[in-house]
Design a protein around this ligand. Structure first.
Ligand code: NAD
Ligand code: ZN
Length: 356
């Protein structure tokens, strides 16, 4: 499946994708060198699959592994990779292929934007989240001691290869994390996604035709929204549906103890409930089919509502001290609701926490 994108970059979704990858490279790059930045766990689980693939076309493959986990999205890892790439020696047209989840993609993408002021970037996302969300849109970067994602650059990849075969080894928890972003697309663009996903979660979580469809559809929605607003001046904010509440939950729980997707799922229940309180004809029944999955997975949500409200106020997307909530007029119709009286949200938090 090809995702259409007006700008000059391509997204391919399928199982295998060797042929597509090789012909894309042969069209664009000289066969001398490629840099591969790969998640250590993916490298281990997929036993040099990517290296062998690259060696079919490139004479020289520099493979750099990244330790698994969020801690790798750091200035230290960025420096290590830049050092190794420059010592190895690359040219302006040497491509860098990022293979892994959002952590590897964000880090490697920022490395690619810095080396020689930018070398071509290719993404090969290996988690559901990276396929439907982080590999699309061009946001790259690392974390800083003062906060998440605070150092980085917009850097659009030249192509994204979503090979569903990688998902065969993905942990159940990671499927569920990625699914929250897909549900988000259901809420803000296409409620049919809820039904499709509800069917899919009745079966074991593994790559299939149906998953491929949902992934393509999600990637297309993200592509469309980003294309309408590349530098995040307007519509792109809708992608934050559930996220302002979710970020507050993540922060109060302590980073790492609550997965992003778990927090976002709870955040979407909050945003939907609040939308309903403001008169929108939306019911969180759409999320019901998924609630047991998330309930089983989430150990505990933080219960200190004051702390949650304080955390909302310090979100990155706060403007002029006002929290910008993404709410729904109805399904598929998001809008921005500025909110500076957070006490209004007490009931929303109470309702949300009572669901888990
Ligand atoms: P991740 O990259 O840490 O991957 C999650 C886990 O899955 C890791 O342990 C990894 O080793 C493992 N893994 C990866 N591929 C696997 C596979 N095929 N089989 C088995 N295990 C595999 O996390 P993530 O959830 O993919 O991404 C989260 C990151 O993405 C966060 O840092 C977040 O800030 C970022 N993000 C960025 C954007 C963006 O627009 N750039 C959007 C959303 C999220
Ligand atoms: Zn998210």
């Amino acid at each position: 499946v090809d995702i259409s994108y007006e700008q000059d970059y391509q997204i391919r979704v399928g199982q295998g994708l060797q042929k597509e990858f090789l012909s894309f490279c042969a069209d664009r790059y000289t066969p001398d060198k490629i840099v591969v930045v790969i998640d250590e766990k993916v490298q281990r689980l997929h036993e040099r699959k990517v290296q062998v693939l690259c060696e079919e076309y490139f004479q020289d493959v520099l493979t750099l592994t990244v330790p698994e986990g969020e801690a790798s999205k750091s200035m230290e890892q960025w420096k290590r990779l830049v050092d190794q790439i420059l010592e190895y020696g690359v040219e302006r047209n040497t491509p860098l292929l990022a293979v892994g989840g959002g952590v590897t993609g964000d880090l490697a993408g920022y490395v690619a934007s810095s080396v020689l002021r930018g070398i071509p970037l290719l993404h090969m996302p290996t988690t559901l989240l990276a396929m439907v969300d982080s590999s699309i849109g061009g946001k790259t970067g690392v974390n800083h001691s003062t906060g998440k994602n605070l150092v980085g650059a917009f850097n659009q990849p030249e192509a994204v290869f979503m090979d569903l075969d990688f998902l065969q080894t993905l942990e159940q928890t990671e499927w569920i994390t990625g699914m929250a972003e897909i549900l988000k697309y259901g809420a803000i663009r296409d409620p049919d996604i809820f039904g499709k996903l509800a069917e899919l979660v009745k079966q074991p979580l593994e790559p299939s035709e149906e998953w491929q469809q949902v992934i393509s559809q999600s990637a297309q929605i993200k592509t469309d929204i980003v294309q309408e607003d590349t530098l995040e001046a307007g519509k792109r904010a809708y992608l934050n549906f559930g996220h302002t509440f979710g970020h507050a939950l993540e922060k109060v729980a302590g980073y790492g103890s609550l997965a992003h997707g778990e927090a976002v799922f709870a955040g979407m229940i909050a945003a939907t409930y609040y939308s309903k309180q403001l008169g929108a004809p939306v019911d969180d029944i759409q999320f019901e089919a998924f609630l047991p999955l998330y309930k089983r997975q989430i150990q505990a949500l933080p219960t200190n509502i004051q702390a949650l409200n304080t955390a909302m106020r310090t979100d990155k997307k706060v403007k002029n001290n006002t929290v910008q909530l993404v709410l729904l007029k109805e399904w598929a119709s998001p809008y921005i609701q500025p909110c500076n009286d957070l006490s209004k949200l007490e009931k929303v938090w109470q309702y949300t926490l009572s669901q888990f």
